[in-house]
Design a protein around this ligand. Structure first.
Ligand code: SAM
Length: 158
């Protein structure tokens, strides 16, 4: 599994602890250093490397499963197009991308609320994706006691 924008690695570490092979990537070296320390302390085998989510093809690897928790919603329209293409370049045919992002289904939405339509537009068949499901969820933040409204999207690579 690839965790794009893994931050300090909590999600990637959880999946790796279940026995899957996981690569976490982020642009923030400070976050990666914390993630690597956590892995060492917990005795979890996992890779964390610095990589730009807009240039994932540079990894030279393909993944059956990709996770985006809290990255997609930080990008504007133009960036989304580039990011979606970058994700497509490293996701196997019939692979699955999971996106957890702020939703526009308030109250108390996060700072970059995304509509279901925006998700469907970004991950359209022309860009190599099929949105299989978008369900309401919550995403933890530093400024919400019980998380912010989120969409949990399951998106298939076609
Ligand atoms: C809101 S944090 C989410 C971290 C983690 N996924 C989580 O759920 O806790 C977004 C992360 O995306 C990273 N990021 C932002 N732009 C990026 C890019 N172009 N390429 C890779 N990582 C990026 C940030 O450094 C940050 O760690």
């Amino acid at each position: 599994m690839l965790d794009a924008g893994c931050g300090t690695g909590e999600n990637a570490l959880h999946v790796a602890s279940l026995g899957l092979s996981v690569l976490g990537v982020d642009v923030a070296e400070t976050a990666l250093a914390i993630a690597r320390k956590k892995a060492e302390k917990r005795g979890i085998e996992i890779e964390f490397v610095a990589a730009d989510a807009f240039q994932l093809e540079r990894l030279g690897r393909m993944f059956q499963t990709v996770l985006d928790c809290g990255l997609f919603h930080t990008f504007d329209d133009d960036e989304r197009t580039r990011y979606v293409a970058s994700l497509a370049s490293v996701t196997e045919h019939d692979g699955t991308l999971y996106v957890l992002c702020f939703s526009d289904d308030g109250p108390d939405t996060g700072p970059h609320p995304i509509s279901k339509e925006e998700l469907r537009t970004a991950f359209n068949s022309g860009s190599g994706w099929n949105v299989a499901a978008i369900v309401p969820d919550r995403i933890q933040t530093r400024f919400h006691d019980h998380g912010a409204p989120a969409w949990f999207a399951t998106i298939k690579r076609i």
